[in-house]
Ligand binder design. Sequence first.
Ligand SMILES: Cc1cc2nc3c(=O)[nH]c(=O)nc-3n(C[C@H](O)[C@H](O)[C@H](O)COP(=O)(O)OP(=O)(O)OC[C@H]3O[C@@H](n4cnc5c(N)ncnc54)[C@H](O)[C@@H]3O)c2cc1C
Length: 447
Amino acid sequence: MSDIGIVGGGFLGLTLAWRLRAEGHEVTVIEAAAEPGGLAAPAELGGFTWDRFYHVILLSDSNLRGLLEELGLADRLRYGTTRTGFYTDGILYSLSTSLEFLRFPPLTLVDKGRLAATILHASRIADGRPLESVPVTEWLTRWSGTRTFERIWLPLLKSKLGENYRLASASFIWAIIARMYAARRSGLKQEKFGYVEGGYAVVLQRFRERLAAAGVRVATGRAVQRVEPAPEGGVAVTLDGGGALRFDDAILTVPCGRVATLCPGLTADERARLTGVTYQGIVCASVLLSQPLAPYYVTNITESWVPFTAVIEMTALVDRAAFGGNALVYLPRYLTQEDPFWQRSDAEIRELFLDALARMYPAFRREQVLAFNVSRVREVLAVSTLDYSARHLPPVATSLPGIHVVNSAQIANGTLNLNETIGLANQQARALAPRLRRAAPEAALPR
Ligand SMILES: Cc1cc2nc3c(=O)[nH]c(=O)nc-3n(C[C@H](O)[C@H](O)[C@H](O)COP(=O)(O)OP(=O)(O)OC[C@H]3O[C@@H](n4cnc5c(N)ncnc54)[C@H](O)[C@@H]3O)c2cc1C
């Protein structure tokens, strides 16, 4: 049995802890924030608690649904069919059915045919790896034509990647389409979006209870400062503000740049590979409104003057009763690391975003705003840059004995979502077994 320290208490760290404990290891999770959950952690808004960032569950999210089942939460899953909006040329269109797509004025019939063919083609590609060597801009222009690329794909790419779209490979867009089509591929006729009643706060609460009952320690409010081989053997984990812990093995689930900072003993090559991963950040407002904006869960935006990159109306899916009859809307803006928008204050963002809502939605009034929060995360997503798997994907093993990396940058050819995150944790808990310091005895806990 190994004594394992896991750095980072997001879903990746928690799921790894759950799996490794089930194999009989001693496990401690060390989380910098006051509560675990990372990107899926809850936040309070106007007296209601929901996810800090918007989350939906797809019927095809088998790893995530499996975990919810283990946690005894499957009966709290709720699904609904949602509609999609498209804001372009100053007009908000519904783009939720094939008929609406056929009528969609900004594109000609030929453009639409090419767009549909692009999506169909991507949905039929089983392995996205060969697309890693093709720039996404080149691939989309080839399949959809210049006009559709410029009118539809380019604004959407910019909305997801900012200026990093220039670096991305075609596997980025393939992974998004593949995720949306996974439900259909698995034989389900219609995509539905789901959520857990009460949001991820409920999942995290249950997860913590189960982890504690299984004997996993989750130390919160303790940022790790350094991880290095201990002179007496094993791994020393130094905490911010003093104190050190010793483990047989440590697993870092934090972003690549942070791994490089936390582990001073890594080789120059290892550091170069880790710091070479390009991360996308996000500034996201969550807004509680007394009235809904529109009937769409997601509204894609192609207008460059709009300061956010989409409108996500959570209460187009989640029952408004969960928010006292009010509406919960997220306004995300994805950013490169260099973007000057990081410097904007919460007050400036509020003004800018609410002005834009007023221009987009004629019925919107500022008096409808009951609460407005801003969340910022610098390292959300490792961008699928060209030849990502070969050049950047960080290996699990490091040159430092007992120190391993399992983080979301290892999700190549996939999109960042909890299903992939949990899948990665499941897979790596199995793969790591022979590499952990001491072989585990027979499984100590029932699964
Ligand atoms: C805007 C947005 C929308 C999303 N929408 C969806 C969706 O619809 N569906 C879906 O399935 N997924 C969605 N996701 C993705 C999902 O939230 C992530 O896949 C998942 O939460 C990633 O978990 P993680 O553990 O890998 O990373 P994180 O959640 O980032 O966890 C890393 C943890 O490490 C901690 N940490 C960092 N440094 C230190 C340190 N030095 N010491 C100790 N701890 C440290 C951090 O505090 C954090 O808690 C969305 C994410 C975002 C941002």
